[in-house]
Design a protein around this ligand. Structure first.
Ligand SMILES: [Zn+2]
Length: 254
């Protein structure tokens, strides 16, 4: 019924009860999740989680803030991990200029482009993280002619959403959509066609209202779906059905 397209169950916040939480998800109507890698280590553990749980799929890749010491042999390992049957995407990759003392933009861009090229080479979708890149992330996606991808945790404008749609990509929303100050994200969601929308938690971060500030988990993706249904003027059941269908198509899940 619900497909959480972006979760981080490898996070240490789940060390004490990971198995219990994952096994509880069916009680919340969550039928599938994709666990997303953001470093070499979390890419390995995402692939392991997908091996262990039949309803879990994985994405492997290195988040811009983790690209500092990246090497070409790491890219080879990502490529090898991507061959595993339940690894379905490359990501999360992108640009993050939020923290001034983070990895320098030139390094971030180099490895972002390298991982985009890898995804193209092995014909896999990409999961994009874009924070405060001032349009540079979108520029690179355009230059590299990326169409098979999703921009995750979207909080940009309706105009930016339209540019992403023109590339052919999907757009995914987290609990940010439920926040009181989320006017811009709501306006963007309004203009996105139903067949381009996905839902996610980005757990353990980004818990939706009425759980904002708590540890997030895939069971809360329902609140993102409910808010999206309200914005799109369709029933909750329809949003569940459509976003699950979109996610299955995107991640190649039967
Ligand atoms: Zn994430």
């Amino acid at each position: 019924m619900l497909f959480d397209t972006h979760a981080h169950f490898d996070d240490e916040q789940f060390d004490k009860d990971r198995d219990e939480v994952l096994k509880s998800l069916k009680n919340y109507g969550v039928t599938n999740i994709t666990n997303i890698g953001s470093s070499m280590q979390t890419s390995r553990s995402s692939a392991e989680l997908a091996d262990k749980y039949d309803f879990v799929y994985a994405s492997v890749g290195v988040h811009p803030s983790e690209t500092g010491g990246l090497t070409e042999s790491d890219i080879e390992e990502i490529k090898a991990l991507a061959q595993k049957p339940k690894v379905r995407a490359i990501g999360e990759i992108g640009l993050d200029y939020h923290y001034p003392d983070d990895v320098p933009p030139e390094i971030q861009k180099k490895w972002f482009i390298r991982q985009l090229e890898l995804a193209q080479e092995i014909n896999m979708p990409v999961v994009i993280h874009d924070r405060d890149s001032k349009g540079e992330c979108l520029e690179i996606l355009k230059e590299k002619k990326i169409s098979n991808g999703v921009v995750h945790c979207f909080s940009g404008s309706a105009e930016t959403a339209k540019e992403i749609l023109r590339l052919g990509m999907m757009i995914s929303f987290t609990g940010v959509l439920t926040f009181k100050n989320a006017r811009r994200a709501v306006q963007a969601c309004e203009v996105i066609p139903l067949d381009r929308l996905m839902i996610e938690t980005d757990c353990p971060y980004m818990a939706p209202e009425p759980h904002r500030g708590e540890r997030n988990f895939s069971g809360y993706v329902e609140f993102v779906a409910r808010k999206m249904a309200e914005i799109k003027g369709v029933s909750y059941e329809e949003i569940c059905e459509i976003t699950t269908r979109n996610a299955k198509r995107f991640y190649g899940v039967k």
